[in-house]
Design a protein around this ligand. Structure first.
Ligand SMILES: NC(=O)c1ccc[n+]([C@@H]2O[C@H](COP(=O)([O-])OP(=O)(O)OC[C@H]3O[C@@H](n4cnc5c(N)ncnc54)[C@H](O)[C@@H]3O)[C@@H](O)[C@H]2O)c1
Ligand SMILES: O=c1ccn([C@@H]2O[C@H](COP(=O)(O)OP(=O)(O)O[C@H]3O[C@H](CO)[C@H](O)[C@H](O)[C@H]3O)[C@@H](O)[C@H]2O)c(=O)[nH]1
Length: 326
């Protein structure tokens, strides 16, 4: 039996495939390479290039392979792009999930692990955020993910497909050997941008907004190491295998850092002087997002090991330097 990783050529999906192969699982990857990279696909996984919205293609994969569970990372996930082009997001994200569920029903596959996001919470009023707090997305990306959570809930009732939706906070860092990491084009995430500035690939970092209601005026975010994040998916699979009920979990570190604190930590850890300038607010950024992940700790037995700024920044910097050779 194999685990199907949708989006396994992407940043988080490729780390997931690495973990699964290290756990001696059989892995099948599907990716349309719209944002992922062929070089990131693990050699031990079987790869099918195609789009999950193409049900003929997806059914063909289920015919060929003996799939027991699906981990679903495919999505468009750039918040400002989603505001400008919401239909693209509802098509790829929501429609993509509907097509996937249709094929899972057809082939009687009953386990699904899903990438959700802190963006479902919108502008939360209390910190740290619990899973029971109100969901009120403020952009089409977050809305699409909330809709996907709701679709999975109804699909479970109708077809018995069990799911775990993992609401990630800010995912960062790279594999410990620095060989696998974040490679988005264009890159919009803070930590890779700061490290490109440290590596001289960029001349400066723009810090979007210095007048937020936070300790130094810059946005506060909760950064979780991609290795710990991938491991939570593996634990979620075990949880469903052991009869766990469908559920939603936050994945974060319970600790927030401001944009300025990230830049300062990166200067210290890399030893590079990073030029950072204040810039206008980017739009759509909540003041602060910090996770309460107690539920994942208790229920999934998730205990992050690499989620500290030193490891996140040093592994991501190693990767930034290696990536130029890809
Ligand atoms: N990176 C973060 O901080 C973060 C935070 C919260 C949630 N997420 C979610 O985690 C998931 C993975 O994020 P990532 O940063 O690895 O993104 P990514 O873009 O690196 O990976 C997504 C992969 O899916 C593929 N893909 C997209 N649409 C597809 C389709 N229709 N058919 C086949 N393949 C398709 C892309 O080519 C890419 O390889 C996404 O669902 C994202 O919304 C990411
Ligand atoms: O060049 C930059 C890039 C970002 N930022 C700031 O850094 C913080 C983090 O921004 P990122 O773009 O790295 O991450 P986001 O918090 O916007 O979003 C990420 O985490 C969210 C959940 O917290 C969603 O899941 C989303 O998909 C994922 O990209 C924000 O305050 C942003 O304004 C800058 O100041 N300069």
């Amino acid at each position: 039996m194999a685990i199907l990783v949708l989006g396994g050529a992407g940043y988080i999906g490729s780390q997931m495939v690495k973990e699964l192969t290290e756990q001696n699982e059989e892995v099948v990857v599907v990716d349309n390479l719209s944002r992922g990279h062929r070089y990131a696909i693990n050699q031990q996984a079987k790869f099918y290039e195609g789009d999950i919205r193409d049900t003929d293609f997806l059914s063909h994969v289920f015919v060929k392979e003996n799939i027991e569970a699906v981990i679903h990372f495919c999505a468009d996930s750039v918040v400002p792009e989603s505001v400008v082009n919401p239909l693209k997001y509802f098509d790829n994200n929501v429609n993509g999930l509907i097509k996937l569920l249709e094929v899972m029903v057809q082939f009687n596959v009953k386990k699904l692990i899903f990438s959700s996001t802190a963006a479902v919470y919108g502008m939360p009023k209390t910190m740290p955020i619990k899973e029971t707090d109100p969901t009120n997305p403020i952009n089409p990306y977050g809305q699409s993910k909330l809709m996907m959570e709701q679709i999975m809930k109804w699909a479970e009732q109708a077809y018995g497909i069990k799911y775990v939706a993992l609401r990630y906070f800010n995912v960062a860092g790279a594999s410990l050997d620095g060989k696998l990491g974040e490679d988005h084009n264009p890159e919009t995430h803070l930590i890779p941008i700061v490290l490109e500035a440290a590596d001289g690939v960029r001349d400066k970092v723009q810090m979007f907004g210095n007048d937020y209601n936070t300790r130094d005026g810059y946005n506060v975010r909760d950064y979780v190491h991609v290795i710990d994040l991938a491991h939570a998916h593996y634990l979620s699979l075990n949880y469903l295998d052991n009869g766990g009920k469908s559920d939603v979990f936050n994945l974060g570190s319970k600790t927030g850092f401001t944009v300025k604190e990230i830049v300062e930590a990166a200067r210290e850890i890399t030893g590079q002087s990073i030029v950072a300038k204040d810039a206008p607010r980017r739009g759509g950024d909540p003041d602060e997002l910090v996770a309460d992940s107690t539920k994942a700790e208790k229920v999934l037995k998730w205990h992050p090991e690499h989620t500290n700024l030193e490891t996140i920044i040093s592994t991501a910097f190693e990767w930034t330097k290696n990536r130029q050779k890809k």
